[in-house]
Ligand binder design. Sequence first.
Ligand SMILES: [Zn+2]
Length: 503
Amino acid sequence: MFARRLPIDPRNRVHSRFRGFIFSVPVLLAASFLTPSSTIAQPTEQRPSVAAAVDRQQGDNLLEQLTKERWDITDVFDEEIHLYLSQEEFDRLGEMGHSVRWLEDHTVEWVEWLEKPDALREKSQFSYPTFQEMTDQLNDWVDEFPGLIQVESVGQSVQGRELWFARITGPDNEGPDFRPVVSHVATMHGDEMAGTPLAMDFIERLLAGYGEDEEITWLVNNTEIWVMPLMNPDGYADGIAPNSRRSNANNIDLNRNFPSWACGDQDTTSGRQPETVAIMEWSAARNQVVLQANYHGGALVINYPLDECATCNTQCGGSYSADEPLLREIALAWARPNQRLSNSTRFTDGVTNGAEWYSIYGSMQDWHFRFRGTVEVTVELDNNKIPGSTLLEQIVLENRQSTIDYTMWGHQGLRGYVINNHGDGVPVAATVSVEGTEFNVRTDPVTGGFHRPLLPGTYSVMIQPEDTDDVYTFRNVVVNEGIATPRTFALHGTGYLDVWMIY
Ligand SMILES: [Zn+2]
């Protein structure tokens, strides 16, 4: 049933409604698109911190020092470290004797992969929507597909822009009562802009494909899909590249602003940025988000937890949870359909453990995984943070199947309903844990439903109702490949029980 792949040929695209974003290239300008344009970035009032590189010397401890002091590192190579610097920080590094330089801002139009650039250029229909265009488009979809999409603001940015989150799911009378929540959040770094058009394209394909495409229809009916196309609207600056910036309007990097487990932070929103608070409160209100994807740019890789090393503000060369094989497999679900990711020469199969690349502290993905039991991956879409229109189209097309396959992973593993079996069979609010693994998930108190991503295998599953200390252990629970069949976990009696239900 899921063998059908989405068409990747742009001529077969299901969507034709991005009228607000349609970009037609005047023929006279075409020649200028064959060469990348670049400028040296400089800090300005609008962009107080911009990309820079500092050289590493053999045997120095520069990376360790910058990590300890929580500098805003964005990439690490053998010879140099990339980071975001204000003019003052740039000068300070120079005074410390380091060789530091501003990096160029590239706007690259295409990468030779999909088709001949001439053909691509003629077809390119993608550009960066303004905040208002994005808002209008979301509202239009609500009008056009009232049974499939709702849009709500889950907070406001520092400058008062709404943080829109679209919820896409099938009608109540289709699919199951309990649907796993899978979310996609784009552009928490305002100058990594490709994620916003990709997220809008994803929403549109879910809506336009519903009832038309078998895989999409099943996915929408069986999943509660949430998409936030723009987490940092102030930094995104209406998609106008020279005005965009990484941080929010308080000059805070939002992907360093979540509670850090390694540094012993409490899981509270106190003192955090409004964009961070919005995500934390949204997630907590969902009871259990099963999976999230977090769209970035500036590299080409899928990065999975853990980002943090066990010791706060250090580098450790890799930080592996007990769920490492599962997390890698989920990251691969995104990378596999994407040729450029799969063929990466820098990262094996296009995926990496976060800390194996470089550690950061206070990332959204580690907060979600460690504090909320949500598997989140960081999707780095392209080495160019702000691709030109033809490369942008290529990025959207090459990630279309990945958005579907990743969301589909929300249905693999262990799924069930926990009920009280004292004769009434009512749903139970409980925590579900799996022996030998790391993160727990919560049941939905209304239905008792839960979903826990797992690799195929045989497991012991522990269920603890919220209002007791009792733990119910179900042994020899077999998890198969593919879409999980829901099971009923019926809790009998009180105290520690060792039971195996046949269902
Ligand atoms: Zn980023």
